[in-house]
Every structure is written in C-alpha cells, then in structure tokens.
Design a protein around this ligand. Structure first.
Ligand code: SF4
Length: 93
C-alpha cells in the first residue's frame, strides 16, 4: 500500500481518487456499521481497493471518527494516529 502520510493534504485537496474506490456503487451506510460483523462486511468491500491508502489517509487527515475507511475500523485508525503521534514526538526529542 502506498504511503501518503508524508503529504496527507494531497488526498484532501483532490478527492478524484474516490471515483476509483471499490465502494463507488455500494450504499455508504455499509461503511458505518454498528457492530463487528458490519465492520467485516465493509472490510470485504475494501479488500484490494486500489485507493485504500488514499482513503485511509483522508480519514486520518480529517480526523474522521466514524466508519470504515481504507479498510480500517475506528479503533484501528485511532491506533495508527497514536503510533504516528508517538513517532513524531520521538523524532522531535
Ligand atoms: S478503501 Fe474501502 S471505503 Fe475506501 S474507497 Fe476503497 S472501498 Fe471505499
């Protein structure tokens, strides 16, 4: 998966990548599940999505709390954000 973390604003500035997502013909409600089974259903759509990296970075850059983005649940995104924060703090110290 390509790493967009060095320039997250690129995926926010232009959202053309969304048109290439595996989910383009899927009901958006699928990506806002209320339980673990729903998360797995959403993830199944995200598998092999050609723009999963952009999608994940978009959600992280905009601090989107809810839903499955880039194949990652809310909890997974919180973990990624925390890991990045700690890495940035370590580099700065
Ligand atoms: S990663 Fe999932 S939610 Fe994101 S664009 Fe692809 S299919 Fe849609």
């Amino acid at each position: 998966m390509k790493d967009f973390s060095t320039d997250p604003s690129a995926v926010v500035r232009s959202t053309d990548w969304m048109q290439q997502g595996n989910c383009r013909d899927t009901n958006p409600a699928v990506f806002f599940p209320s339980d673990g089974a729903g998360v797995e259903r959403a993830r199944a759509v995200c598998v092999n999505c050609p723009v999963a990296a952009q999608c994940l970075e978009y959600a992280l850059a905009l601090h989107i709390d809810h839903g499955v983005w880039g194949g990652c649940s809310e909890r997974e995104r919180r973990r990624i954000a925390k890991r990045r924060r700690l890495e940035a703090e370590r580099r700065a110290s």
